[in-house]
Design a binder for this molecule. Structure first.
Ligand code: GLN
Length: 313
Protein backbone atom coordinates (compact mmCIF):
# COMPACT_ATOMS: atom_id res chain seq x y z
CA UNK A 1 0.00 0.00 0.00
CA UNK A 2 0.90 3.66 -0.20
CA UNK A 3 2.36 5.60 2.73
CA UNK A 4 -0.11 7.37 5.05
CA UNK A 5 -0.50 11.14 5.02
CA UNK A 6 2.29 13.42 6.26
CA UNK A 7 0.89 14.11 9.72
CA UNK A 8 0.60 10.38 10.38
CA UNK A 9 4.19 9.74 9.30
CA UNK A 10 5.45 12.55 11.55
CA UNK A 11 3.42 11.14 14.43
CA UNK A 12 4.95 7.69 13.96
CA UNK A 13 8.48 9.16 13.92
CA UNK A 14 7.78 11.26 17.03
CA UNK A 15 6.36 8.27 18.87
CA UNK A 16 9.42 6.10 18.14
CA UNK A 17 11.65 8.91 19.40
CA UNK A 18 9.68 9.24 22.64
CA UNK A 19 9.39 5.48 23.15
CA UNK A 20 13.13 4.83 22.88
CA UNK A 21 14.66 8.05 24.20
CA UNK A 22 15.10 6.65 27.71
CA UNK A 23 16.61 3.35 26.52
CA UNK A 24 20.11 3.00 27.95
CA UNK A 25 21.09 -0.49 26.73
CA UNK A 26 24.30 -1.08 24.79
CA UNK A 27 27.65 0.68 24.80
CA UNK A 28 29.77 2.77 22.45
CA UNK A 29 32.32 0.88 20.38
CA UNK A 30 35.72 1.26 22.05
CA UNK A 31 38.16 -0.74 19.89
CA UNK A 32 38.66 2.55 18.05
CA UNK A 33 39.59 4.81 21.00
CA UNK A 34 37.92 7.97 19.64
CA UNK A 35 34.54 6.20 19.31
CA UNK A 36 34.45 5.58 23.06
CA UNK A 37 34.50 9.37 23.58
CA UNK A 38 31.45 10.11 21.41
CA UNK A 39 28.35 11.31 23.30
CA UNK A 40 26.16 8.22 23.85
CA UNK A 41 23.03 10.36 24.32
CA UNK A 42 22.94 11.61 20.75
CA UNK A 43 19.69 10.30 19.28
CA UNK A 44 18.23 11.38 15.97
CA UNK A 45 15.74 9.89 13.53
CA UNK A 46 15.14 11.07 9.95
CA UNK A 47 12.84 9.49 7.39
CA UNK A 48 12.92 10.71 3.77
CA UNK A 49 10.28 9.44 1.38
CA UNK A 50 11.22 8.37 -2.13
CA UNK A 51 9.54 11.57 -3.35
CA UNK A 52 11.59 13.76 -1.02
CA UNK A 53 9.44 14.56 2.01
CA UNK A 54 11.52 14.79 5.19
CA UNK A 55 10.34 13.81 8.69
CA UNK A 56 12.61 14.04 11.70
CA UNK A 57 12.84 13.84 15.46
CA UNK A 58 15.60 14.51 17.94
CA UNK A 59 19.18 15.39 17.10
CA UNK A 60 19.47 15.46 13.34
CA UNK A 61 22.55 17.69 13.05
CA UNK A 62 25.25 16.06 15.21
CA UNK A 63 27.80 14.24 13.07
CA UNK A 64 29.22 10.82 13.80
CA UNK A 65 31.62 8.80 11.66
CA UNK A 66 29.82 6.84 8.96
CA UNK A 67 31.95 3.72 9.59
CA UNK A 68 30.62 0.54 7.96
CA UNK A 69 27.64 2.27 6.37
CA UNK A 70 30.24 3.61 3.92
CA UNK A 71 30.72 0.06 2.60
CA UNK A 72 27.32 0.18 0.88
CA UNK A 73 28.23 3.29 -1.09
CA UNK A 74 31.70 2.14 -2.10
CA UNK A 75 30.15 -1.12 -3.28
CA UNK A 76 27.57 0.93 -5.21
CA UNK A 77 30.38 2.95 -6.81
CA UNK A 78 32.23 -0.21 -7.92
CA UNK A 79 29.01 -1.69 -9.32
CA UNK A 80 28.23 1.54 -11.14
CA UNK A 81 31.77 1.81 -12.56
CA UNK A 82 32.54 -1.85 -13.29
CA UNK A 83 29.26 -3.74 -13.21
CA UNK A 84 27.78 -6.19 -10.70
CA UNK A 85 30.00 -9.10 -11.80
CA UNK A 86 33.05 -7.26 -10.49
CA UNK A 87 31.70 -7.55 -6.94
CA UNK A 88 30.19 -11.00 -7.48
CA UNK A 89 33.47 -12.42 -8.76
CA UNK A 90 35.95 -10.74 -6.41
CA UNK A 91 34.41 -11.06 -2.94
CA UNK A 92 31.07 -12.72 -3.51
CA UNK A 93 27.63 -11.92 -2.14
CA UNK A 94 27.24 -14.50 0.60
CA UNK A 95 26.98 -14.16 4.34
CA UNK A 96 30.13 -15.20 6.19
CA UNK A 97 28.43 -16.06 9.49
CA UNK A 98 31.43 -14.34 11.13
CA UNK A 99 31.97 -10.94 12.76
CA UNK A 100 32.79 -8.05 10.42
CA UNK A 101 36.52 -8.13 11.12
CA UNK A 102 36.99 -11.89 10.92
CA UNK A 103 40.19 -13.40 9.54
CA UNK A 104 38.54 -16.81 9.70
CA UNK A 105 36.12 -15.66 6.99
CA UNK A 106 39.05 -15.17 4.61
CA UNK A 107 40.58 -18.52 5.46
CA UNK A 108 37.26 -20.33 5.07
CA UNK A 109 36.54 -18.87 1.68
CA UNK A 110 39.88 -17.51 0.54
CA UNK A 111 37.99 -14.30 -0.11
CA UNK A 112 36.01 -15.75 -3.00
CA UNK A 113 32.78 -16.19 -1.10
CA UNK A 114 32.13 -13.39 1.33
CA UNK A 115 30.65 -9.96 0.63
CA UNK A 116 31.54 -6.31 0.28
CA UNK A 117 30.05 -5.36 3.68
CA UNK A 118 32.53 -7.20 5.91
CA UNK A 119 35.94 -5.63 6.35
CA UNK A 120 38.06 -7.81 4.02
CA UNK A 121 35.50 -7.57 1.20
CA UNK A 122 35.01 -3.86 1.86
CA UNK A 123 38.73 -3.05 1.72
CA UNK A 124 38.92 -5.05 -1.50
CA UNK A 125 35.96 -3.04 -2.88
CA UNK A 126 37.76 0.20 -1.99
CA UNK A 127 40.79 -1.08 -3.91
CA UNK A 128 38.58 -1.57 -6.99
CA UNK A 129 37.39 2.06 -7.24
CA UNK A 130 38.64 3.73 -10.42
CA UNK A 131 41.22 6.51 -10.11
CA UNK A 132 44.74 7.29 -11.38
CA UNK A 133 46.28 7.13 -7.93
CA UNK A 134 45.26 6.91 -4.29
CA UNK A 135 44.38 10.60 -4.08
CA UNK A 136 42.08 10.34 -7.10
CA UNK A 137 40.40 7.22 -5.73
CA UNK A 138 39.78 8.99 -2.44
CA UNK A 139 38.43 12.09 -4.17
CA UNK A 140 36.02 9.91 -6.18
CA UNK A 141 34.77 8.16 -3.05
CA UNK A 142 34.23 11.34 -1.03
CA UNK A 143 32.52 13.04 -3.95
CA UNK A 144 30.23 10.05 -4.47
CA UNK A 145 29.15 9.94 -0.81
CA UNK A 146 28.60 13.71 -0.84
CA UNK A 147 26.35 13.53 -3.88
CA UNK A 148 24.32 10.80 -2.18
CA UNK A 149 23.91 13.01 0.89
CA UNK A 150 23.26 16.15 -1.14
CA UNK A 151 25.95 18.18 0.59
CA UNK A 152 29.73 18.27 0.82
CA UNK A 153 30.93 15.77 3.42
CA UNK A 154 34.37 15.66 5.05
CA UNK A 155 36.51 13.45 7.26
CA UNK A 156 36.32 13.69 11.06
CA UNK A 157 40.02 13.99 11.65
CA UNK A 158 40.18 12.77 15.25
CA UNK A 159 38.33 9.59 14.28
CA UNK A 160 40.57 9.03 11.26
CA UNK A 161 43.78 9.47 13.28
CA UNK A 162 42.53 7.25 16.10
CA UNK A 163 41.55 4.43 13.74
CA UNK A 164 44.67 4.78 11.55
CA UNK A 165 46.84 4.34 14.65
CA UNK A 166 45.00 1.19 15.76
CA UNK A 167 43.90 -0.58 12.54
CA UNK A 168 46.58 -3.27 12.42
CA UNK A 169 43.89 -5.91 12.21
CA UNK A 170 42.40 -4.34 9.07
CA UNK A 171 45.91 -4.06 7.62
CA UNK A 172 46.38 -7.78 8.09
CA UNK A 173 42.98 -8.54 6.53
CA UNK A 174 44.06 -6.51 3.51
CA UNK A 175 47.44 -8.23 3.31
CA UNK A 176 45.73 -11.61 3.30
CA UNK A 177 43.22 -10.50 0.64
CA UNK A 178 46.18 -9.31 -1.42
CA UNK A 179 47.96 -12.64 -0.93
CA UNK A 180 44.88 -14.47 -2.21
CA UNK A 181 44.63 -12.23 -5.26
CA UNK A 182 41.59 -10.14 -4.30
CA UNK A 183 43.39 -6.83 -3.92
CA UNK A 184 45.61 -5.55 -6.73
CA UNK A 185 48.04 -2.80 -5.91
CA UNK A 186 49.09 -1.76 -2.43
CA UNK A 187 46.89 -3.36 0.28
CA UNK A 188 48.04 -0.85 2.90
CA UNK A 189 47.04 2.07 0.69
CA UNK A 190 43.63 0.42 0.20
CA UNK A 191 43.36 0.07 3.99
CA UNK A 192 44.22 3.72 4.49
CA UNK A 193 41.60 4.89 1.99
CA UNK A 194 39.08 2.52 3.61
CA UNK A 195 39.91 4.03 7.03
CA UNK A 196 39.32 7.52 5.61
CA UNK A 197 35.98 6.49 4.10
CA UNK A 198 34.90 5.08 7.49
CA UNK A 199 35.80 8.41 9.16
CA UNK A 200 33.55 10.59 7.00
CA UNK A 201 31.27 12.70 9.22
CA UNK A 202 27.53 12.36 8.66
CA UNK A 203 24.45 13.51 10.52
CA UNK A 204 21.14 11.69 10.65
CA UNK A 205 19.75 13.75 7.79
CA UNK A 206 22.72 12.89 5.54
CA UNK A 207 22.30 9.19 6.20
CA UNK A 208 18.57 9.35 5.54
CA UNK A 209 19.18 11.13 2.20
CA UNK A 210 21.68 8.43 1.25
CA UNK A 211 19.15 5.72 2.13
CA UNK A 212 16.33 7.56 0.34
CA UNK A 213 18.47 7.76 -2.80
CA UNK A 214 18.60 3.95 -2.77
CA UNK A 215 14.83 3.82 -2.07
CA UNK A 216 14.27 6.12 -5.05
CA UNK A 217 15.99 3.99 -7.69
CA UNK A 218 19.43 5.55 -7.28
CA UNK A 219 18.30 9.15 -7.70
CA UNK A 220 18.64 11.65 -4.84
CA UNK A 221 15.04 12.75 -4.22
CA UNK A 222 16.01 16.33 -3.37
CA UNK A 223 18.78 17.15 -5.85
CA UNK A 224 17.52 14.86 -8.63
CA UNK A 225 21.04 13.60 -9.29
CA UNK A 226 21.38 9.94 -10.33
CA UNK A 227 24.11 8.02 -8.50
CA UNK A 228 23.34 4.43 -9.47
CA UNK A 229 21.41 3.03 -12.43
CA UNK A 230 18.02 1.87 -11.17
CA UNK A 231 18.81 -1.60 -12.51
CA UNK A 232 21.61 -1.96 -9.94
CA UNK A 233 19.52 -1.07 -6.88
CA UNK A 234 18.24 -4.66 -6.37
CA UNK A 235 21.82 -5.97 -6.26
CA UNK A 236 22.88 -3.39 -3.69
CA UNK A 237 19.81 -4.01 -1.53
CA UNK A 238 20.34 -7.79 -1.77
CA UNK A 239 23.79 -7.55 -0.22
CA UNK A 240 22.44 -5.20 2.48
CA UNK A 241 19.71 -7.74 3.27
CA UNK A 242 22.24 -10.57 3.39
CA UNK A 243 24.95 -8.91 5.43
CA UNK A 244 23.99 -5.39 6.48
CA UNK A 245 23.77 -6.05 10.24
CA UNK A 246 26.83 -8.30 10.46
CA UNK A 247 26.08 -11.72 11.87
CA UNK A 248 22.64 -10.50 13.07
CA UNK A 249 21.48 -9.71 9.53
CA UNK A 250 19.09 -12.67 9.51
CA UNK A 251 17.42 -11.66 12.78
CA UNK A 252 16.95 -8.13 11.50
CA UNK A 253 15.51 -9.25 8.16
CA UNK A 254 13.18 -11.65 9.93
CA UNK A 255 11.80 -8.81 12.06
CA UNK A 256 11.65 -6.03 9.49
CA UNK A 257 12.26 -7.29 5.94
CA UNK A 258 14.33 -4.17 5.31
CA UNK A 259 17.72 -4.05 3.59
CA UNK A 260 19.83 -2.07 6.04
CA UNK A 261 23.37 -1.23 7.11
CA UNK A 262 24.85 -0.37 10.47
CA UNK A 263 28.12 1.25 11.48
CA UNK A 264 30.06 1.15 14.73
CA UNK A 265 29.79 4.95 14.93
CA UNK A 266 26.14 4.42 15.90
CA UNK A 267 24.43 5.03 12.56
CA UNK A 268 21.86 2.69 11.05
CA UNK A 269 20.16 3.09 7.67
CA UNK A 270 17.33 1.07 6.17
CA UNK A 271 15.57 1.14 2.82
CA UNK A 272 11.94 0.43 1.99
CA UNK A 273 12.20 0.25 -1.81
CA UNK A 274 10.04 2.81 -3.58
CA UNK A 275 8.77 4.13 -0.25
CA UNK A 276 11.40 5.62 2.04
CA UNK A 277 14.91 5.67 3.38
CA UNK A 278 15.36 6.01 7.13
CA UNK A 279 18.32 6.65 9.40
CA UNK A 280 18.96 6.72 13.12
CA UNK A 281 22.05 7.85 14.96
CA UNK A 282 22.48 6.51 18.49
CA UNK A 283 26.00 5.34 19.41
CA UNK A 284 25.38 2.60 22.02
CA UNK A 285 25.67 -0.79 20.28
CA UNK A 286 24.59 -4.33 21.09
CA UNK A 287 27.01 -7.29 21.08
CA UNK A 288 26.84 -7.72 17.30
CA UNK A 289 27.81 -4.03 16.90
CA UNK A 290 24.42 -2.61 15.89
CA UNK A 291 22.80 0.52 17.37
CA UNK A 292 20.28 -0.57 20.01
CA UNK A 293 17.95 2.40 19.72
CA UNK A 294 18.47 2.45 15.95
CA UNK A 295 17.12 -1.06 15.53
CA UNK A 296 14.15 -0.49 17.82
CA UNK A 297 13.15 2.85 16.31
CA UNK A 298 13.43 1.74 12.68
CA UNK A 299 11.58 -1.54 13.32
CA UNK A 300 8.71 0.33 15.01
CA UNK A 301 8.47 3.06 12.37
CA UNK A 302 8.63 0.70 9.42
CA UNK A 303 6.12 -1.62 11.07
CA UNK A 304 3.67 1.25 11.55
CA UNK A 305 4.12 2.50 7.98
CA UNK A 306 3.94 -0.87 6.21
CA UNK A 307 7.56 -0.68 5.11
CA UNK A 308 8.30 -4.42 4.88
CA UNK A 309 8.77 -5.18 1.17
CA UNK A 310 7.91 -8.87 1.69
CA UNK A 311 4.49 -8.11 3.17
CA UNK A 312 1.66 -8.79 0.74
CA UNK A 313 -0.98 -6.91 2.70
N1 GLN B 1 36.13 1.32 10.47
C1 GLN B 1 35.56 0.23 11.20
C2 GLN B 1 36.45 -0.99 11.11
O1 GLN B 1 37.03 -1.23 10.11
C3 GLN B 1 34.20 -0.09 10.63
C4 GLN B 1 33.56 -1.25 11.31
C5 GLN B 1 32.09 -1.18 11.42
O2 GLN B 1 31.45 -0.14 11.39
N2 GLN B 1 31.53 -2.32 11.66
O3 GLN B 1 36.61 -1.70 12.07
Amino acid sequence: GALPEDATIQGVVDRAYRDHKALRDGANADYIPALARVNPDTFGIVLVTADGRVFSAGDTDTEVSIQSISKVFTMALVIQQSGPDAIFNNMGVDATGQPFNSITAIEQYHGGEMNALVNPGAIAATSMVAGEDGAAVWANILDYYSTFAGRELSVLDDIYRSEAATNQRNQSLAMLMHAYGHIDGDPLEATDIYTRQCSVGVNTRDLAMMAATLANGGRNPLTGKTLVDAGHIPEILAVMATAGLYDDAGKWLYRTGLPAKSGVGGGLIAVSPGKFGIAVISPPLDKAGNSVRGQRAIADISGALGGNPYATR
